[in-house]
Design a protein around this ligand. Structure first.
Ligand code: CO
Length: 301
């Protein structure tokens, strides 16, 4: 897979610039030149969203990143082909990570910090890592590094638990539950969701985490809610944006939606349509992961 990405990046470079990078020729001269003209950039990478209301999450991240690193160019890329195609139909052009990086290469950036806006280091994060490795292997930039998703270390888990506890709906009574909707994945990193639930429940036993595509699923969490005779739950997306999954799978009226599944089990549902990145405490964790990359570039926050 690594070679596939590398080949893709090389082919892309050839297509965009009409020349393949040759690491053997002119490297010293090139390095001297870039040392003189250092150009640092940040690339924020999310799955993307076509929901206009979800844009507020991305605006928060952009505002916080720009405030933390004034004078540094901040760019966006969306990993989802489907979302980018949808947006293109509306006249909005969003780059994939590979195209955004090729563009930054063309604009003579020397140091690029790629920040993942994923929740866990699952399949999509690793795909992004392959793209970054490809550009790294090309020797295209002097430095290119990738920042952690929301949940990567135990420190992230603890910060996320407290940030989540801080933003739970104020009107909620102690015998009412909160069910967070994670995306879920076949990737082994899916285990983060159950681990997060364990740690959240140490603080508040009525917070649950379920996923759309992984473990635990909503059927399992439904049985836990019924066991505890919970009558009312607040549904919240555990994703950077409140996009399609939140709108349809969580709060939609279709038979499979979590709202429908739980309502049919006699549990009242109150969806909260806010992406995690809309909350300062959570957005700060993602943006905080840019810091160690900047430190690698010799730039203190
Ligand atoms: Co999905």
């Amino acid at each position: 897979m690594e070679w596939k990405s590398l080949a893709g990046a090389l082919a892309l470079s050839f297509l965009l610039f009409g020349t393949a990078p040759n690491p053997a020729v002119g490297n010293d001269a090139h390095r001297q030149h870039v040392r003189a003209a250092r150009k640092v950039g940040i690339l924020l990478v999310g799955f993307g969203t076509s929901e206009a209301s979800a844009q507020v999450s991305f605006d928060t991240l952009l505002r916080k990143t720009a405030a933390a690193y004034p004078g540094i160019d901040v760019r966006w890329a969306y990993t989802s082909h489907i979302i980018r195609a949808k947006l293109a139909d509306q006249g909005k052009r969003l780059d994939s990570p590979a195209v955004a990086l090729a563009r930054m290469l063309d604009e003579r950036f020397t140091h690029v910090a790629v920040q993942s806006l994923h929740t866990i280091s699952g399949a999509e994060y690793h795909e992004l890592q392959r793209t970054v490795s490809g550009f790294n292997a090309m020797g295209a930039f002097e430095r290119i590094v990738l920042g952690d998703p929301l949940l990567a270390t135990q420190a992230d888990m603890q910060r996320t638990v407290s940030a989540l506890i801080d933003v739970l709906p104020r009107e909620r009574k102690p015998d009412e539950a909160v069910v967070l909707m994670g995306h879920g994945t076949h990737h082994p990193a899916n285990a983060f969701y159950a681990a997060l639930m364990f740690q959240l429940q140490r603080e508040d036993p009525n917070i649950f985490v379920a996923t759309v595509e992984g473990y635990p699923d909503i059927e399992l969490v439904k049985s836990l809610l019924l066991e505890k005779q919970i009558k009312k739950v607040f549904l919240m997306p555990l994703m950077s944006v409140a996009g399609e999954h939140a709108k349809n799978d969580m709060a939609g009226d279709e038979a499979h939606s979590w709202k429908t599944v739980l309502t049919r089990a006699g549990i009242q549902c109150l969806p909260v349509m806010k992406g995690m990145a809309e909350y300062d405490g959570l957005a700060d964790i993602w943006v905080g992961h840019i810091g160690p990359m900047m430190a690698q570039f010799g730039l203190a926050r």
